[in-house]
Structures are given as C-alpha cells and as structure tokens.
Design a protein around this ligand. Structure first.
Ligand code: DQA
Length: 139
C-alpha cells in the first residue's frame, strides 16, 4: 500500500508549537517511528504552509496512491479549494487532527474537507495519524 501524509500550515513547527495542545514530539521523530512500525506500507510525508501547494499535491497523488492522510490544519476551516480538491480526486482521504477541534473555538468546528473524506479522526494526538494508517490495513 502506498500512502502519503499531507500536513498543512504550521505543522512544520510540531514539537515546539503550543506543546500543551500538540505535544513535544517533532513530526520527523514521529514519522521515523511510524514508518519502522509499518514496514509493509510505503509512506511519504509532505508539508506546506501554502494552500495552492497542498492542492497541487492532492492532484499529483490523488489518482495513483492508495490513501491520503490529510491534516489541512487551519485550512480545514477556511479552504473551499482544498475541500474541492478532495472531492475531485479518486484516492480516499482520511482527515485527521491532533487536537479535538470540537473542544476548541467554534471556528474549528467547521471542516471543508470532512464531507468529502472517507472518514475523520480527531483528538488522539499524533496517534490520530496512526489510527488513519491502520484504517488501510485489512483485519
Ligand atoms: C489542527 C487543528 C486546527 O484547528 C489547527 O488550525 C491546526 C492543527 C490539529 O491537528 O489539531 O493547525 O489541524
């Protein structure tokens, strides 16, 4: 299986960004652990702070990869364009969030991605990504 994790704005600062909300592990540390834990899965990671680059990446991988794990971060709540891109592609997209966005400000309760996603995993810390990966492994 070929999966890609796409991370949106500010997630390059994981580990030092509001650690009380997002934890103190960097994404690269987490990614190393997760890739060695699931050796049968080919896993890539892409991060961008730029909306159009996230859309371009969804187009690039969205007709050939087996799955996309998307944390669009703040763009989740603002971007009709990213929502439309998820609707346009064929590869199933799992929306993930590290924090429980429903416990936070009202503006984080809205997602332009969720209606087009295969499923949504919210609030399990970095484990949200792992649960998304496991959803591609048949039991
Ligand atoms: C986030 C939640 C978003 O509301 C926020 O803008 C983020 C991270 C999360 O993973 O918890 O940047 O997507």
């Amino acid at each position: 299986k070929k999966l890609i994790i796409i991370n949106g704005p500010n997630l390059n600062l994981l580990g030092k960004r509001e650690p009380q909300i997002y934890g103190s592990l960097t994404f690269n540390e987490f990614f190393e652990t997760i890739t060695s834990k699931y050796p049968s899965i080919s896993m890539e990671h892409f991060q961008s702070n730029i909306e159009g680059e996230i859309i371009d990446k969804l187009h690039e991988v969205g007709f050939t990869y087996d799955g996309i794990i998307l944390n669009a971060a703040a763009y989740t709540h603002t971007s009709v364009g990213i929502g439309d891109a998820v609707a346009a592609i064929e590869t199933p997209v799992i929306e993930v969030h590290i924090s429980n966005t429903y416990k936070r400000e009202d503006f984080r309760h809205q997602s332009f991605v969720a209606a087009h996603a295969k499923g949504v995993i919210v609030g399990f810390g970095l484990q949200s990504y792992e649960l998304a990966i496991q959803s591609f492994i048949p039991f």
